[in-house]
Ligand binder design. Sequence first.
Ligand code: LLP
Length: 414
Amino acid sequence: KLASEHGTPLYVYSAKTIRDHYCRLDEALAGLDHRVCFAMKANSNLAVLALLAREGAGFDIVSGGELFRVLKAGGRADACTFAGVGKTREEIEYALGQGVYSFNVESEPELEFINEVAGAMGRKAPVALRVNPDVDAQTHKYISTGKSHNKFGIGIDRILGVYAAAAKLPHLKIRGIQTHIGSQILETKPFVEALGKLVPIVEELKSLYGLEFFSIGGGVGIIYHGTLESGAPDWWKRAEADGGRRIAFDDYAQAVVPLLKPLGLKILLEPGRSLVGNAGAMLAGVVYVKRTPAKTFVITDAGMNDLIRPALYEGHHEIVPLKEPAADAPRGPVDVVGPVCESGDFFAQDRDLPSVKAGDRLALLSAGAYGFVMASNYNSRRLPAEILVDGDKAEVVRERQSWDDLIAGEKLPG
Ligand code: LLP
């Protein structure tokens, strides 16, 4: 119905699922003094932010623009941690002016620069250092961040020295410590390994500088494999058989809480994908079915510009026809592709799907995280609309771009 009303490509999110995920994580951590700071890079629609802010979430931000969004959505700056390796003067001034809870600092030059900017503003900047624990998160190389060859954080072997240097800078207030080892992590082992390395250091830093918090980052993986085609119980079994593992929040909590509790610190978490990933789908229309001697291509009106995960990380998204096919409908391996002029513009290759025809519609599942936020105007394609479904209400929370939006801000010279 939504696809008919609003056209495709279309992102659709479930408010109930987002709330449910947030509450389940929050409850799993009930034994800890904690705050969940949603890593809003995963989905920064104002409506999603507002709904999480109402639940009590803080936000993990990575740019001035993200802070701007939090404030527009009614979130609080003092519940935000500001991460990222390249914060500019403008962003630091803005974040300091608005009173963010902490700058998560990723290098010595950044530490000195924040000190300088804070000094010029007559302020003290609250900081935490991001420590890179050098563990293997066993995830895709583009989303692994906790190895020593990654650009992120300060090496675990140097962290004490950098804290000592930070403590000498007059316009900084040491508030905490942070780590994040990667994304879409499907077992608890890498988290436990990282904490095993970090906890003794955090204890030492706490006694030296009176830390207030330890942020353990995000990274909890979700299910991308498995569909609801034949009902939940079956789907669950198939997902498991498919390697569709994920970490349940309870298992995550059971693994990390015992390590963290003795620290007596406020524990921050920065989940992105695990709160919103399975709460969203992208709907696409089939434009043509092209049969060649080598392959069958299902060509959709959505492209890699709308959902780039398959092209960029070989990310898997289940694809289901919006109208359930008859049980005896023919099936076969197809490539589901977009209209963009790139061979990388595919959503699935050699995927066994029920046969579809032009005019049918498909849903690409688990697209609520790193979906719309990574969309672009490549090939001068308009950004899709976003819908938030809450109970029996479905609201357009972002209009589809118009062609005029495509050229907004551009000018023909003189
Ligand atoms: N904290 C920090 C410092 C991060 O860099 C990230 C993600 C998160 C938290 C949230 O991680 P999550 O809970 O969502 O795993 N675009 C990629 C994922 C990039 C993740 C970047 N950093 C994808 O589509 O798979």
